[in-house]
Design a protein around this ligand. Structure first.
Ligand code: F6P
Length: 341
C-alpha cells in the first residue's frame, strides 16, 4: 500500500517519534509512506516527500515535525474536499494518516465522511482530545512550564515578589493544572472555573506571609477580567480566537500588586513550551500511536483514531474524539485546590 501522512495544527514534541512509529511499522510490512508538507496545506497543493526509515533515525529525540505544519483548514474553501481527494487519487495514495489535535482530526473526519480512507493520531500539548487518556506533547510541554516555574521560584524568593506564570492550553486547563500541581504553585487559575480574585489574593497573601514570595500559574484562556488588554477577537482558520495577546499573566500581576502591596511580575513562556525534545513518556506514547496507525490501515479501520486507554493502545471513531473538547474535570480540580486552601 501507499500511505500518506501529514502533521497539522500547532507542532509539539512527539510528532517525529510518531512518524517513526508509522514508517517503521508500515515499511516493515512492505508498504510505502509519503509525507505531505505543512499539514492539510501540503495535501491541498500536492506538496510531498518520501518518508523512509533513514529520515527517522534520530527522530525519537527531535521536537517539532520534520514534515512542517500549518493551521490550514482545507474545508474552508469550497473546492477543498475535491482538491484533497484529487491529490490522493493522482498520487495513488491508498490511505492517509492525519496527526493532529481537534482541528486536524475534525478535518480528517470530514474527509472520511466524503469517502477518504483516513485514520488519525492524536497529538496536542493542550491534552483536550476526548477518548484518549493523554495526548502526546502534553507531558513535554507541561514539563517545560513546570521547570520554568521552578526557575521563577528562585528569583521570586530572592526578590520577595509575587510571580505569575502564564501558560498555553487554549480553553482547557490541563497544562496549567500539571504546571501548578507539579511545580507546587500557591494558586493555579484554569479556564474551567470562574475566576475568584478573593481566593487568589488570600492564597498569595498566605504564601507571602509564610515565606516572603508567591507563585501563581494561570492558563492563557482563563477569564480573569472583562475586556482583557490585547483581546482582539482575531481568529484562526478553524475559527478559534487567538489568545496570545490577552495578557492574562500581566493583568493578574497588576491585580496582585495592587491588592497585596507586594511587588509582582509576570512571565509568558509561550512557544518555548512547544519546543525541545519530547519527554520519555511522550516518546513512548507517540511511537506506539504512530505504529498503531499503520495497524489500523492494514485492518481497514478507516475513520478511526489511535488512542491510549490505560496501558493499552486502541482505537475509536474520529467522530467521538472530536465531539467536544475534553476539559479538566472535578476530581482534578479538587486535588488542585487541596494545595491552595
Ligand atoms: O493548540 C496548541 C497551542 O499551543 C495552544 O495551547 C495555543 O493557544 C495555540 O496552540 C497557539 O497557536 P499558534 O502557535 O498558532 O500561535
Amino acid at each position: 500500500m501507499k500511505i500518506g501522512v501529514l502533521t497539522g495544527g500547532g507542532d509539539c514534541p512527539g510528532l517525529n517519534p510518531a512518524l517513526r512509529g508509522l514508517v517503521y511499522r508500515a515499511t516493515g510490512r512492505g508498504h510505502q509512506v509519503i509525507g505531505f508538507l505543512d499539514g492539510w496545506k501540503g495535501l491541498l497543493d500536492g506538496r510531498h516527500r518520501p518518508l523512509e526509515r533513514a529520515d527517522l533515525l534520530e527522530a525519537m529525540g527531535q521536537g517539532g515535525t520534520l514534515l512542517g505544519s500549518s493551521r490550514t483548514n482545507p474545508f474552508k474553501e469550497e473546492e477543498g474536499a475535491s482538491r484533497l481527494l484529487a491529490t490522493l487519487s493522482r498520487l495513488q495514495i491508498d490511505a492517509l494518516v492525519a496527526m493532529g489535535g481537534d482541528d486536524t482530526l475534525s478535518a480528517a473526519r470530514e474527509l472520511h465522511r466524503r469517502g477518504g480512507r483516513v485514520v488519525g493520531v492524536p497529538k496536542t500539548m493542550d491534552n483536550d482530545l476526548r477518548g484518549t487518556d493523554w495526548t502526546f506533547g502534553f507531558d513535554s510541554a507541561s514539563s517545560v512550564s513546570m521547570e520554568a516555574l521552578e526557575r521563577l521560584r528562585d528569583t521570586a524568593r530572592s526578590h520577595h515578589r509575587v510571580i505569575v506564570l502564564e501558560v498555553m492550553g487554549r480553553h482547557a486547563g490541563w497544562v496549567a493544572l500539571a504546571t501548578g500541581l507539579g511545580g507546587g504553585a500557591d494558586y493555579t487559575i484554569l479556564p474551567e472555573e470562574p475566576f475568584d480574585a478573593e481566593r487568589l489574593c488570600a492564597a498569595a497573601r498566605r504564601a507571602v506571609d509564610a515565606r516572603g514570595y508567591a507563585l501563581v500559574v494561570a492558563s492563557e484562556g482563563a477569564e480573569v477580567a472583562a475586556g482583557l488588554k490585547g483581546t482582539s477577537g482575531a481568529k484562526d482558520d478553524f475559527g478559534h480566537e487567538l489568545l496570545k495577546d490577552r495578557g492574562v499573566g500581566a493583568s493578574l500581576a497588576s491585580l496582585l500588586e495592587r491588592r497585596l502591596g507586594v511587588e509582582a511580575r509576570s512571565a509568558v513562556i509561550g512557544h518555548v513550551q512547544r519546543g525541545g525534545p519530547p519527554t520519555l513518556f511522550d516518546r513512548i506514547l507517540s511511537v506506539r500511536l504512530g505504529a498503531k496507525a499503520a495497524d489500523l490501515i492494514e485492518e481497514g479501520k478507516f475513520g478511526e483514531v489511535a488512542v491510549l486507554r490505560g496501558e493499552q493502545i486502541g482505537s475509536l471513531p474520529l467522530e467521538e474524539a472530536v465531539s467536544s473538547p475534553r476539559v479538566v474535570d472535578p476530581p482534578w480540580l479538587d486535588l488542585l485546590h487541596t494545595f491552595d486552601a
